[in-house]
Design a protein. Structure first.
Length: 262
């Protein structure tokens, strides 16, 4: 089942979304979901109409990151309404459709493909300027089948951390996009240095610049770096989008700069 859903409903729904942006990472734990959430909220803060879709089967973390763990999409005759947030963001996650927070998702490939296809077809986004899609990590079958459902995406934002073990995976993500003819919008280097709260000097915890070097080498744009900020962890744990609640921090400015060219 590797063909894009050609049915009219899907096509019509997708036509009402001006920009579709995939957020990818070569591996888990680099902050992909955190970046997806904060880019989406940064766009919403600019007055854009934004949807955020979480198709990460391994751990749909968007409901937790946005404090929406008890939310369920409303089901109407034509489909499902995404969960609307105060910031204007519309959210849909596989996590809303699983019964329990700690449900291990052990569906086989074709079932996953079917579920994502249905999710993409049945969600009533309405008119959107941007749909930000949080992908499963890596470059295996799962991200591949999701990407094939979205052949007209604008492109991908690839998230990495600065150290070599992570940037090597960036080149895999870039190759993945090239094989699928998805433009790479650029690389984001997350967890790029930590400002010491005592002396305000930059501590290069995981080095710095690795993402930028790799972007240069792979000839894709570099979108910017997000520093490590303990408030990001706290915001995630509290289910409050960081860029909304900490607008005057360096990390929030970094997120706002990154969405400018998108
Ligand atoms: P992934 O989606 O790549 O698996 P997450 O977005 O779930 O990663 O992030 C993993 C953890 O790292 C979370 O606890 C998150 O709060 C934290 N985190 C992500 N980016 C930053 C950052 N720039 N500063 C501090 N903590 C971060």
């Amino acid at each position: 089942p590797q063909n894009p859903p050609a049915d009219e409903k899907f096509k019509k729904s997708m036509e009402r979304i001006a920009h579709k942006i995939l957020v990818l990472s070569g591996k888990g734990g680099v902050g992909k979901s955190t970046v997806a959430v904060n880019l989406a909220v940064a766009l919403a803060l600019e007055g854009k109409r934004v949807g955020l879709l979480d198709v990460d089967f391994h751990g749909p973390s968007i409901p937790k990151l946005l404090g929406l763990e008890d939310s369920k999409p409303e089901v109407v005759e034509e489909g499902m309404l995404p969960v609307a947030m105060a910031s204007g963001l519309k959210v849909m996650s596989l996590g809303f459709l699983l019964n329990r927070k700690d449900d291990a998702v052990i569906w086989r490939g074709p079932m996953k493909y079917g579920a994502i296809k249905q999710l993409l077809t049945d969600v009533l986004w309405g008119d959107l300027d941007y749909l930000v899609i949080d992908f499963p990590p890596g470059t295996g079958d799962e991200p591949l089948s999701v990407a094939q459902l979205l052949p007209d995406a604008d492109g991908a934002v690839v998230v990495t951390t600065p150290q070599d073990v992570s940037t090597i995976d960036v080149s895999k993500s870039v190759t993945f996009c090239r094989n699928l003819k998805i433009p790479v919008l650029g690389v984001v280097e997350n967890m790029s240095g930590l400002i010491c709260p005592h002396c305000s000097k930059l501590i290069e915890l995981f080095k710095q610049g690795g993402g930028e070097e790799m972007a240069k080498r792979m000839e894709v744009p570099f979108l910017g770096r997000i520093p490590i900020d303990p408030q990001i962890v706290q915001s995630s744990d509290d289910g409050q989008p960081f860029v909304f609640f900490h607008q005057d921090t360096e990390a929030a400015s970094a997120f706002r700069r990154i969405v400018q060219p998108l």
